[in-house]
Design a protein around this ligand. Structure first.
Ligand SMILES: [Zn+2]
Length: 345
């Protein structure tokens, strides 16, 4: 059993004027990395404002997601950017939740430059007060999949994939994405992690606290083991402070205020903030190769029936339209094309 941690001090929510949620919208996208000086603990705080609102505004054609789905996607966006910023990996980090309830799929892809995109597939009614299980784990078949997809596959590099169930050690359904991802980090990286996530229509935000591995851990001398216990207590103390952060604080306060309020007694080393952005990786060329994959007969069948082929990107809403001439070009080997013909757009 874990020993009850001594309650460390933080500046409480009740102590106003300390509590002053920002007026209006979150105006910047920012990700802050920091270290706890002399302790094997690191942290990151992300706040997504304009980029998160852009993700939602891209839904103007299909219609907005139900509110609980917006919250889930926002939390996933915050989590995916944190996880991408937390690894040294040249490729996409893809966070997916495959659901067996009204939400069939929710996905966020984050690139090493911290650009990200997000989408969800919803079929049927989502209860207004739905937590995670009611959306994606109704029959206990839901799962969360994290994929690291290398950008350069020329050396035979393969995607790495980790799968986590949406229930806890006792089989209880998990109601918060953050708990699911804490399990994943412990399983895949053996790293104790505390993750706090929150999202509303204005802001998606997250705080990650992680215990860093100490060299040679596992075969330490007795004296070092005792030092180790001290370091564990440091992580437990900081993780406890992090877990006192409320959704209102995380969403409503700027990064400096959150960090000062939680960790004012700790020696924090801050780094230059990074800037996450919305960006989609779709392109007309990618849609062309998808059409080639479908085959000429299939695509020609659609042209015969409807006059053109229209494909919309699920992530950014861009519509790609191909008429009969475009389709002919898609299936013509480059060598047979007339100079100047083909897709310039
Ligand atoms: Zn797109």
């Amino acid at each position: 059993m874990r020993r009850a941690a001594p309650k460390p001090a933080r500046i409480p929510l009740g102590d106003r004027e300390a509590y002053s949620p920002r007026e209006g919208l979150t105006l910047t996208d920012e990700l802050h990395k920091f270290l706890f000086e002399g302790l094997p603990v690191r942290g990151m705080l992300v706040r997504l404002g304009p980029s998160w609102r852009e993700v939602q505004s891209r839904r103007h054609v299909q219609g907005a997601y139900p509110q609980p789905v917006r919250r889930l996607l926002g939390e996933m966006a915050a989590a995916a950017t944190l996880m991408q910023a937390n690894i040294k990996f040249d490729g996409a980090l893809i966070l997916q939740v495959f659901g067996d309830g009204p939400v069939k799929l929710a996905v966020v892809e984050a690139q090493p430059e911290l650009t990200y995109r997000a989408t969800a597939k919803v079929v049927g009614e989502v209860p207004a007060d739905a937590q995670l299980a009611a959306m994606v784990n109704v029959h206990r078949q839901g799962r969360c999949v994290i994929t690291l997809d290398p950008r350069d596959k020329s050396g035979g590099a393969q995607p790495y994939q980790g799968v986590v169930a949406l229930h806890g050690d006792q089989g209880e359904p998990l109601q918060h994405l953050a708990e699911v991802l804490e399990h994943y980090m412990l399983q895949s990286e053996q790293l104790d992690t505390r993750l706090i996530l929150a999202a509303n229509d204005d802001t998606a935000a997250g705080l990650l606290i992680q215990r860093l591995p100490v060299e040679g851990e596992g075969n330490l001398e007795r004296e070092q083991r005792e030092d180790q216990i001290g370091l564990n207590e440091a992580f437990n103390r900081i993780a406890h402070l992090a877990s006192t952060l409320t959704s209102d604080e995380l969403l409503g306060l700027d990064a400096d205020t959150v960090l000062r309020r939680l960790f004012w007694e700790e020696d924090l080393r801050r780094f230059e903030p990074l800037v996450p952005r919305f960006a989609c990786t779709c392109s007309r060329e990618r849609v062309r190769s998808m059409l080639r994959g479908l085959g000429r007969d299939e695509v020609q069948g659609i042209i015969d029936e409807r006059g053109d082929v229209e494909i919309g990107c699920e992530f950014c809403g861009t519509q790609y339209r191909f008429d009969a001439v475009d389709v002919g070009d898609v299936f013509t080997p480059p060598a047979q094309r007339l100079p100047g013909s083909g897709s310039v757009n």
